[in-house]
Design a binder for this molecule. Sequence first.
Ligand code: MN
Length: 374
Amino acid sequence: MKTFKVTIPILVVAFVCMIGISSPIAETCETLSTGQRKIIPIAAFTANGNMPKLEAALVEGLDAGLTVNEIKEILVHSYAYAGFPRALNGISMFITVMDRRKEQGIKDEIGKEATAMSSDFDKNTYGHKVRNALVGRDISKRTGGYPVFVPIIDQFLVDHLFADIFYRDVLNHQERELVTISILAAMPGTEPQLNSHLRVSMNVGLTKTQIEDYLAVLREEVSEESAERATKSFNDLLGIGPVENIEKAVKVIKKGKSTKGSADYFTGNVTVESRFSSEKENSYRGGIVNFDAGTRTAWHTHPLGQTLIVTSGRGVVQSEGEAVQQILPGDVVWIPANVRHWHGATPDSPMSHVAISDSMNDSTVEWMEKVSDE
Ligand code: MN
């Protein structure tokens, strides 16, 4: 791949970026090289059959320094993922582009040929080795799925795609994966394959930044839809949910009016303010409860228990059959699930606490009879 108008150090980095499998130095590559970027629209438009766009992409690829043989190899690789009709149409368009450039007197670099395979080459062993390296684990002896149901297609994949085609060293494995994920992004309905090939792309050393670069090229030069599909697959891979579900802003709920506790459940003047609830369904709910001196709740239980944090004054809490306990600011009280209890202020001091309870069947409390003055 020729690289134009670059200084030597950048050329070295770009070269290192293109050396394939699991080179640790590839991790330092910030973005895709110009040549790598030009692979994306050629592969995508070959796959979806958009001939006018493919024509422009082929011209841009040649102008950016892709060799004739590299582009031929992109088109050859495409047939394994998009089928012979699309690949052959792409090759026809490439012939048209090359003829016109010849007329215009443009001399394109032919580039290197693929190294020939020896006649006694063991395709099956080589193909398994390549595929295992790409996926990052040994999948040569699977006991279910398509390799068992239709063994011949797995043999074609191993002997032909991962040996005959992948052995051809005109493109390295990183470049081949870039071709593959560009093809799959352009073909609706191939999301499972796109997902696994994005994983393979990272296995062969494409960095997160480079994949993001690929997504940007899809969006700018191929189509919004292809970029959306690939972005979704990549987010799935990274374990990121859809963007609209990620909360970005801190939320402040302003203090509202306090409400008076019902006379059915409280003895005396008790108010509740700053009610809150978890954003998650069936999670906690709570509020600040202010008791005037001498006021209290009725007997009650909480289906999943309750936590009280005393913020001011002096209070009391009692569970049935136990002694009354005094509670002061900073004290934290835990009331277990379904334990009958009451809480309130002492006769001579008001008391405020934060109360937090988990809800069960949309309920956090079951009210019972009033507590006697004794
Ligand atoms: Mn309670």
